[in-house]
Design a protein around this ligand. Structure first.
Ligand code: SF4
Length: 575
């Protein structure tokens, strides 16, 4: 067995409480590494692609990586991988901190959960003992209340991942929360909720050895030092929202359900403005030396402010009242809702109301009050919330009027805060993304902001760059390292190969890692093919292909251009 691994995964059937350790072949670990890659491989082996994602048989994988537990900066991460109840395609979402280290400390490289517990339960993995305990007293509790309550009940040493009311109500974009961070996209919280599991508590101290400990110490110090340099300064100073005003200047800040790329009141949501009027603290995920998290004071617990939440609950819904947007973000965290899909679905509904397709006159663009009301309805699936809990694609099919043309989603996953007509390499990344429209599995927006392409008139040259960012993301999500580190590497593949050599003892090369990345991307495609993917899914909603941005007519993306980019992407992938 290579260093850095335990060489097995823990498979738990929560219907019966039965648990077993299943060996993982060295070749599988080398081919899929960990995180997203290992998670997809395990799902394929489980036959998950053809199972209803909310059925008891559907597996939910928590996957660690060889770097977890090492002193390498940003390495305390885990991937949650399943078939998405929102897209019915592959879903992998990542979260950080102690759950990763303690979960791996239970002596396994992944945890696979199947079945359905007879009552709302907490799954406790205590080193070698696995058991279920009732958690009915936490029904309806927020993620934070559940974690706090279980820590008190179970005692020291446990790390807890939980769902909020949204996961219990099977909202299709419910999250799994740990320590205030979320495995956010694609509805893994609903999958856990469908298993009647309110929380997973892990306690374990089994450590893996490293192949070359002295080299690992030296590399960790060097990487930490570099991570604190100019490449990450903007994230430390202003957080992930650092680019909000730049995006607005470029006409790339999605506004009023993608009716515009500029928001006149963007300044009120900018981190510059927020930090001049509110107190805040800075936090980091465990083992991270970058520290991009900015927590603004708001009530007892404060709120973590991210670009994606500000855009989705702010400009996308036309809401400029910063207090309302911060409260909306906090409410999503409490209920366990993905802020991007929540904002995207509400903004879509607001436009349907504006067009007279939905008879909910209270739900208007710009109203912070309506935004907060809609979020609470979604979390409890009450009234209109029951429709919106299904996501914008399913809601559009129910509303009719060809509203699917303006539903801001790809494969059912709501589009993040990058206007595709203004950032056309990103448009391709969204269209072909295995889990749907996604800025974490494709970093194509970086290409748009470089001198490699003309972002509003991209040509087929952009395709290889988009593929490179997708492959790199697959590698980072499998090793697992935070994407905010990417700017500190001179040659990521060379340095990543060295990192893996030092940790595992493998004689791995940059060329092998490029091949590994392609294998992982292909495995996701294989999953989607088995789940019923058709070529028609690799596209964008009609709005983006027929209507230029009103303030920037040059930001125009025709169906022909997107189709040619997608066809070239498939050709270069040899799919
Ligand atoms: S850079 Fe931010 S998201 Fe990444 S590990 Fe550090 S604190 Fe977490």
């Amino acid at each position: 067995m290579p260093f850095g691994y335990h060489g097995c995964y823990l498979r738990i059937d929560v219907s019966s409480g039965a648990a077993k350790r299943v060996p993982l072949a060295d070749s599988v670990l080398r081919q899929f590494l960990g995180g997203s890659g290992l998670g997809v491989k395990l799902l394929l082996d489980e036959g998950a692609a053809v199972v209803d994602p909310l059925a008891p048989d559907a597996p939910l994988v928590f996957a660690f990586s060889p770097l977890v537990g090492s002193p390498l900066t940003t390495s305390a991460k885990f991937a949650v991988v399943s078939k998405s109840p929102l897209t019915e395609r592959i879903n992998d979402s990542l979260a950080s901190s102690g759950f990763a280290i303690t979960g791996k400390g239970c002596g396994c490289d992944a945890i696979v959960i199947v079945g359905r517990a007879p009552e709302l339960s907490v799954l406790i993995i205590d080193e070698t003992d696995v058991r279920l305990e009732p958690a009915t007293e936490y029904r309806g509790a927020t993620c934070r209340e559940t974690e706090t309550g279980l820590r008190t009940r179970l005692g020291k040493g446990y790390r807890i991942a939980s769902i909020g009311p949204a996961g219990e109500h099977l909202v299709r974009y419910a999250t799994i929360s740990h320590d205030g961070r979320h495995a956010g996209r694609g509805g893994s919280g609903a999958v856990l909720g469908s298993k009647n599991v309110k929380a997973i508590a892990v306690r374990g101290t089994q450590r893996t050895d490293w192949a070359y400990p002295a080299e690992l110490t030296a590399l960790s110090k060097s990487l930490s030092k570099r991570s604190f340099g100019p490449a990450t300064a903007k994230y430390r100073e202003l957080g992930t929202a650092t680019n909000l005003l730049t995006f607005n200047r470029f006409g790339a800040l999605p506004t009023r359900n993608f009716q515009s790329g500029t928001f006149d009141e963007a300044a009120s949501l900018s981190p510059e403005e927020l930090s001049s009027t509110r107190s805040k603290t800075r936090e980091s995920c465990m083992t991270c030396t970058i520290g991009c998290e900015h927590i603004y004071s708001l009530g007892k617990n404060g709120v973590r402010v991210e670009y994606e939440s500000l855009f989705a609950l702010g400009s996308l819904c036309g809401v400029s009242d910063a207090d309302a947007v911060l409260r909306a973000s906090q409410r999503c965290d409490e209920l366990g809702l993905d802020t991007i899909s929540t904002g995207g679905t509400i903004a879509f509904a607001m436009e349907c109301v504006e067009r007279g397709w939905l008879n909910e006159s209270w739900l208007t663009f710009g109203s912070g009050e309506a935004l907060l009301r809609a979020i609470d309805l979604i979390g409890s699936r009450e009234g209109l919330g029951n429709l919106l809990a299904e996501g914008s694609r399913r809601a559009a099919h129910a509303i009719g009027h060809n509203s699917i043309a303006i539903a801001p989603q790809v494969k059912g996953l709501e589009i993040p805060g990058y206007e595709p007509r203004a950032l056309q390499t990103m448009a391709l990344g969204f269209a072909v993304g295995a889990r749907g429209a996604d800025h974490n599995r494709s970093g194509a927006y970086e290409v748009d902001f470089s001198d490699k392409v003309d972002r509003r008139h991209v040509t087929l040259d952009a395709v290889r760059h988009a593929i490179d960012t997708e492959d790199k993301a697959a590698l980072m999500d499998s090793m697992i390292l935070c994407k905010f580190l990417r700017g500190v590497f001179e040659d990521f593949h060379v340095e990543a190969a060295d990192m893996l050599r030092i940790v595992t003892g493998w004689d791995v090369t940059a060329a092998e890692l490029r091949e590994t990345a392609r294998r992982i991307v292909s495995a996701k495609r294989q999953f989607n093919l088995l789940a019923g993917w058709t070529p028609a899914e690799d596209t964008l909603p009609e709005r983006f292909l027929t209507t230029p941005l009103p303030n920037d007519p040059e930001a125009s993306l025709s169906r022909e251009r997107l189709d040619s980019l997608v066809a070239e992407y498939h050709r270069q992938r040899a799919w």
